[in-house]
Design a protein around this ligand. Sequence first.
Ligand SMILES: Nc1ncnc2c1ncn2[C@@H]1O[C@H](COP(=O)(O)OP(=O)(O)OP(=O)(O)O)[C@@H](O)[C@H]1O
Ligand SMILES: [Mg+2]
Length: 346
Amino acid sequence: MKKDNPFTLTFGKQPNEYISRYENTDTVISTFEADNPVSQAYLIEGIRGSGKTVLMTSITNELGKDKDWVVIDLNSTQDLIDDCAMRLLDSCKRFPNIFKQGFSISIAGFGIGVDGNDSPKDSVSIIDEILSSFKKHNKKVVITIDEVLHDDNMRHFASQFQIFVRKNYPVFLIMTGLYENIYAIQNDPALTFLLRTPKIQLEPLSLHQIFKQYAEIFQLGEEQARNLAKITKGYAFAFQALGLLYYEYRDEMELDAILSKLDDMLDDFVYKKIWMSLSKQDKDVILSIKKENTKVSDICKKLNMSSSVFSRYRDRLIKRGLLMSSQHGYVSLTLPRFEIIAKSYE
Ligand SMILES: Nc1ncnc2c1ncn2[C@@H]1O[C@H](COP(=O)(O)OP(=O)(O)OP(=O)(O)O)[C@@H](O)[C@H]1O
Ligand SMILES: [Mg+2]
C-alpha cells in the first residue's frame, strides 16, 4: 500500500478521512450537557462496519475537550464494575487538587484501598466515593461500553448504574451494539430503564459528504465522484475500503477491477461474519433480492411465502440494518454489493 494513503481499514478508531455525523453527535452531547438531562444513557445500534465505535469515540473526544468531562472506556469482556472502579481511580490522578489526602491510591493484589486507613473497599463503594467527589467539583463522567452483550456482567453493571443515576451523580453512559444484543438488554425485565434509553440507529453516511471528500482527494469531476460515492451506499466501511483501493490502483486499473478487490475486502472484513449470523430464512430472503427495489410480491412468490410471513422477516432484516424499504411494496439491500457477494455464499 502507498505510504500516504489517507484511508484506513482499522475498526474502532476515528479515521483521518472522517465523515461527520453532525446530528447524532450533537444530539448526544446536548442531551448530556443539559441542566436536567432527559437521559443519562444512550445506545448506538448498527450493523457491523456501520461506524458505531467511531461515532462513540468522536462523541467522547468532543466531550473530552472540556476539562470537566472525564471519559472512561470499559471493556465488555471484563468485569464491568471492577473495570469501572479501576479506571475511575486512574482518572483521579488527573485531579490532584480534588483527591489529595485520604485518597492516597493504593492498588493491592486483592481489594483496592482508597482511603488512608487501608481497609480494602469494594468496587461499588470506590465508584460511589469518586463520583460523589466529582459531583462536588462539577466534574462529569461519561462511561463507554463498546459491543454490549446481554449477560450477567452487563446486568449487574446496568442496575448499579441506575442506582448512581438515582443518587444524582453526574454519570453518563454510551453503549454500542448489534441489534440483537441491544434488543436483548432493552427487553430484560430487570433493566427496564434501558427500555426508555434513547437509541441511535445508524444511518448510512452522507453521500454528499462522501462525494465531496472523494472529489477532493482524487481530483475528480462531479459525475465521476458522485458515481464513486454511490457505490458505497454510505456504508462506512465501504467508504474507507473503496477510498483505500482507489487511491492505490486508480492509475493502473479499471474501476471494475478495483471493485472486484472491494468485494474481496467487504467479504473478508464484514460480510462473511454478517452472513454467518443469519438464519436460513433470512438468507433465502436476501438471496432472492437481486437488484435495487425488488418487488415484495416477486420475493413471496419465489420463496413460496405468504406476505405476512415475509413481513416478519422483512422487519427484522430492516432492524438489523440489512434491508430497506424505500417505497411501499419494494425492498432493497442496504449494504453495497451485498447481492453480488452473497451469491458466492449460496
Ligand atoms: N463517520 C465515519 N467516517 C468515515 N469512516 C468511518 C466513519 N465511521 C466509521 N468509519 C470507518 O468504517 C469502519 C468501521 O467503523 P467502526 O469500527 O466504527 O464500525 P462498527 O460499527 O463499530 O463495527 P463493529 O460492529 O464490527 O465493531 C472503519 O474502517 C472506520 O474507519
Ligand atoms: Mg465497533
